[in-house]
Design a protein around this ligand. Structure first.
Ligand code: GDP
Length: 186
C-alpha cells in the first residue's frame, strides 16, 4: 500500500503516494518590470500559504482549498522569452503593467503565442498589475479584459505593492487548475 505523506514536513512529501498534496507548476510571464517578482513574493507571504517553512521552499506555496492541500510552484520565466513547450506546466500567469502600453502589447503577443502557436489549452490568467498607480494608467480595463476573454483567459487586476487581489489570484489559479483536471467536480 502506498504510504501517506506525514503532515508537517514538506520535505517528506512523496507526490506519488495517495494522501500527498498534488503538485502544480505555474509559469509567470511578462515584460521586464511589470511586477512578476513582486507578485511571487506576495504569493509566498500570502496568508493562504500554509507551508510551515515558506522560506525553505523557494517559489513553492502550499495552499489549502476545499480541505485539500496543493503545492504550487511559481516559476518566474525569463523576461522577453516565450516558453518552448507546454509540458510540465499547469497554468500560465501573463502579467502586464497598467501604466505601460508596451508591456500590455507584449502580454497580448504572449497570449497569441500560447493559444495559437503553442496550442496550449492550459488555464491562463491575465494579470493587470500596479493598479495603485491610478493616475498613470494608460491601459484601459475594458480593452484588456476583452483581449483576455478573446484568448479565453481569466482577467484579474492587482497591486503587488498593496497586496491587493493577490490572494484571490492565488486561490483562483488553483481552482482553475483543479477544474481543468476534474471538469466534473464542480
Ligand atoms: P519583474 O521584472 O516583472 O519581476 O518586476 P519586479 O517585481 O522586479 O518589479 C519592478 C518594479 O515595479 C519594482 O520597483 C517594484 O517595486 C515595482 N512594482 C511591482 N509591482 C508593483 C505594484 O503593484 N505597484 C507599484 N506601484 N509598483 C510595483
Amino acid at each position: 500500500l502506498p504510504s501517506t505523506a506525514s503532515q508537517g514536513s514538506s520535505a517528506e512529501y512523496s507526490f506519488a503516494s495517495s494522501g500527498a498534496p498534488s503538485y502544480y507548476r505555474v509559469l509567470v510571464l511578462g515584460a521586464s518590470g511589470v511586477g512578476k517578482s513582486a507578485l511571487i513574493n506576495q504569493f509566498m507571504s500570502s496568508e493562504n500559504n500554509t507551508s510551515e517553512d515558506p522560506s525553505g521552499l523557494d517559489g513553492i506555496v502550499s495552499v489549502m482549498l476545499d480541505d485539500e492541500e496543493s503545492l504550487i510552484e511559481l516559476c518566474n520565466f525569463p523576461d522577453e522569452q516565450y516558453p518552448a513547450e507546454d509540458i510540465n506546466v499547469d497554468a500560465y500567469v501573463v502579467v502586464f503593467s497598467i501604466t505601460d502600453q508596451t508591456t500590455y502589447k507584449y502580454a497580448a503577443h504572449l497570449l497569441k503565442y500560447l493559444r495559437n502557436d503553442l496550442c496550449s489549452d492550459r488555464s491562463i490568467f491575465v494579470v493587470a498589475n500596479k493598479t495603485d498607480l491610478v493616475r498613470k494608467r494608460t491601459v484601459e480595463r475594458n480593452e484588456a479584459r476583452l483581449t483576455a476573454s478573446y484568448y479565453n483567459c481569466k482577467y484579474v487586476e492587482t497591486s503587488a505593492s498593496l497586496n491587493h487581489h493577490v490572494d484571490n489570484l492565488l486561490v483562483g489559479i488553483l481552482s482553475q487548475i483543479r477544474l481543468k483536471l476534474n471538469p466534473d467536480k464542480l
